[in-house]
Design a binder for this molecule. Structure first.
Ligand SMILES: O=C1C[C@@H](O)[C@H](O)[C@@H](O)C1=O
Ligand SMILES: [Co+2]
Length: 295
């Protein structure tokens, strides 16, 4: 398989942030989708502010864009798999209507990503019993995703119970590859473990969706020293688009290519749109991809 088997998208998060809906709320869906076309991307992921499936389908078809997937916060341990499954059926129904490829899942029980807590020092953990609940529950959600023609891709994330490579190892060891796949987010694993290649190399067989998120090392260092929350860290500019930070995306891409990765690579860099102009950064990302990764 070649570079043509990869679709390049950019997430809405640079324009409007689901974790802090106030941020960028003046940016409409039309504005976002037209910017994505101008920047030269093929698609995006569903944002929390997106409309019903029929309206979205019309807007993306008018612009010849595609939908890669959407984030789903699961609370399997807090609420039980029955409640999580009910919500996930709704999620997958919507994604099927817009012809998405993946359902992004992140277990949010005990998560501190949305709290004013030091995200680098206070990450939550699960007991052995809770790990069992999580992995059993993900098999149920994975079967649901499969029944809609979607892949469940698990998002390791700062401030959650699956953040570090060690925790991703445990998740992968205890889940069935036919039901639970992995989303590889370069920025999250780099901010967590100070390295991003081991996770890619170790679990590349399970990786079916990719977020290209760069890190400004100086801001990450300051955020760690100050013990800031996840939201304060990204508002301070810890995340940025590929080519603007410290991650070697050519090395990442070459590994994916070597392994015949086939699927979406979505640029995703939550920043304050008042500080980091979303279209300017989208164009910067596209230019970096074309000139440094694809040529
Ligand atoms: O994929 C993601 C979705 C966002 O809501 C999340 O907070 C962000 O960090 C991310 O990587
Ligand atoms: Co991500």
């Amino acid at each position: 398989m070649g570079k043509q088997d990869i679709q390049w998208g950019i997430a809405p998060i640079g324009w409007r942030n689901d974790d802090i809906p106030e941020i960028g709320k003046a940016n409409t869906l039309s504005h976002l989708l037209s910017d994505i076309v101008v920047a030269g991307f093929e698609g995006t992921e569903v944002g929390g502010f997106f409309p019903d499936a029929e309206t979205l389908k019309k807007e993306i078809e008018l612009r010849n864009l595609k939908i890669a997937g959407q984030w789903f916060s699961s609370f399997i341990v807090r609420d039980g798999i029955e409640k999580a499954s009910e919500a996930f059926h709704k999620h997958c129904t919507y994604l099927k209507k817009v012809n998405a490829a993946v359902a992004v899942v992140s277990e949010q029980t005990y998560s501190i990503q949305g709290l004013a807590q030091n995200v680098f020092a206070n990450k939550p953990t699960f007991s052995d019993e809770e790990w069992k609940q999580l992995t059993n529950g993900l098999h149920v959600l994975g079967k649901i995703a499969n029944s809609y023609g979607l892949k469940l891709v698990y998002h390791h994330h700062l401030g959650t119970v699956v953040q570090t490579l060690e925790e991703v190892d445990r998740l992968m060891e205890n889940t069935n590859p036919a039901m639970v796949h992995l989303l590889y987010d370069t920025g999250h694993i780099y901010a967590s473990d100070k390295e991003y290649m081991p996770l890619l190399e170790k679990h590349i067989d399970r990786i079916k969706h990719v977020h290209f998120k760069d890190i400004r090392d100086n801001v990450m260092q300051t955020s760690k020293e100050n013990g800031t929350s996840f939201q304060s860290a990204f508002l301070a500019g810890m995340f940025t688009v590929p080519g603007d930070g410290g991650i070697d995306f050519k090395k990442v891409f070459d590994k994916l290519q070597e392994h015949n990765y086939c699927g979406w690579i979505v640029v995703e860099a939550e920043q304050d749109p008042e500080i980091a102009h979303p279209l300017e950064y989208a164009i910067m990302a596209r230019k970096y991809i074309d000139e440094n990764i694809l040529n």
